[in-house]
Design a protein around this ligand. Structure first.
Ligand code: FEO
Length: 395
């Protein structure tokens, strides 16, 4: 399937309605995704990015319906990850000598993936490729989110092809941001940022300032996943700037796992204590063993503080808590307060271990936490409520 964006630009990607996990099992894709590839026609014809490997054959077959492949003069690989470069092996069988423009790191990655010595042309920020009336200007976007990542800016049409940046894992029959459900779009965009880009926020801020500093007009942002930003395209850039600055909303998220419900009762009592102290705070509770980990991470991203609770089992915390703590550690959240809680029967190590892990992950642990022996009695429940209240007071 193809879709005409304007007289010169055609979307030739794949919409993947079936996708439910991405990066192996690391990222849930409740609404599928798309792999966006763009054909730009001027005096020369350029293909920007391809699609994920399992769709490689289909991509090439569909592309042949759109253009005689021998008419493609240049390929641009903005990013080497296989969801965008995966069709290259199929495509290069047909047009083996076509130059592939990418960063020097892109060449290393593409060679690492495919072990092919294609006709690579390394480019750097500011390099231009003239294709007739238009130029394509390359902008390296190192660590957004891989060392090889790059943006390509098309003059005349004023389009930024941003690859992963500003994308969303969001399959839609609609092509543009103004046509889709705005709540769904916002949710998928923030989830994408929270789970993929959080560790690189410093680079996001620098890169956006650099691109805006060029003073070039941007009439559309065409990412490599999800919808195209055509209505006020800078709205997503402004969102990224906001998200990159240690984003937080007026929210406390309580994450727990529970064996027989005691830690759950504690979580609920803590939530009650928070509301007693500050009625305006949005408190959300997640049993992480029963929740989607990436949705939970999105809520952590939005929080000013988190509370993490687990029963103690075998002198440690439960494995679902171990999993979410590891994700939190990897994402290097900044400017978030935290504390631990949990029930126990005899040894009760989970609170201390969770606190240590949160501290080692860069969170500001502002309280020693609260424990309850066995199933919390009335006194323990009051202690949990008081803990929730005093924790909130310290924020
Ligand atoms: Fe969409 Fe980094 O690949």
């Amino acid at each position: 399937m193809s879709y005409k964006i304007n007289e010169n630009i055609t979307w030739v990607g794949v919409t993947d309605w079936e996708l439910r996990t991405f990066h192996g099992e690391e990222y849930s894709t409740h609404r599928g995704s798309s792999y966006n590839s763009y054909l730009v026609r001027d005096e020369k014809t350029v293909l920007i990015d391809t699609v994920w490997m399992p769709y490689g054959k289909r991509f090439v077959e569909e592309l042949k319906k759109e253009i005689d492949l021998s008419k493609i003069d240049y390929i641009i690989a903005n990013h080497a990850e296989i969801d965008h470069s995966g069709a290259l092996p199929e495509l290069m069988k047909e047009i083996p000598n076509t130059p592939i423009y990418c960063t020097a790191n892109g060449i290393k990655s593409l060679k690492g993936h495919y072990h092919q010595d294609w006709n690579f042309i390394p480019v750097k920020t500011g390099d231009k490729l003239n294709i007739g009336k238009r130029d394509i200007i390359f902008i390296e976007a190192r660590m957004l989110h891989w060392p090889d990542s790059m943006f390509s800016y098309l003059t005349e049409d004023n389009i930024l092809f941003s690859n992963d940046a500003f994308g969303q894992h969001y399959a839609s029959e609609y092509m543009y941001n103004d046509l889709v459900d705005q709540a769904e779009l916002e949710q998928e965009a923030i989830k994408y940022y929270a789970n993929i880009l959080t560790p690189f926020s410093k680079f996001v801020e620098q890169k956006i300032n650099e691109v805006l500093g060029l003073g070039v007009p941007v009439s559309m942002i065409c990412p490599a996943h999800g919808i195209i930003w055509r209505d006020n395209p800078l709205q997503i850039v402004n969102k990224y700037m906001e998200w990159a600055k240690d984003y937080q909303e007026n929210q406390i998220t309580i994450l727990y796992d529970t064996m027989w419900g005691a830690t759950r009762r504690m979580a609920e009592a803590i939530a009650e204590g928070i509301k007693l102290q500050r009625d305006d705070i949005n408190v959300k509770l997640f049993n992480v063993a029963r929740s989607d980990k990436n949705d939970v991470i999105t809520e952590v991203f939005k929080s000013k503080a988190i509370l993490v609770g687990s029963s103690t089992v075998n002198k440690t915390y439960l494995h679902a808590i171990a999993g979410i703590l590891e994700l939190i550690k990897g994402l290097s959240f900044k400017n978030k307060k935290a504390a631990a809680f949990g029930s126990y029967g005899w040894s009760g190590e989970s609170i201390k271990l969770i606190s240590e892990k949160l501290r080692a992950s860069g969170l500001d642990v502002i309280d020693d936490g609260v424990k309850a022996l066995w199933n919390p009695d009335e006194e323990s429940i009051i202690k949990c409520m008081e803990f929730g209240r005093s924790f909130t007071e310290k924020l």
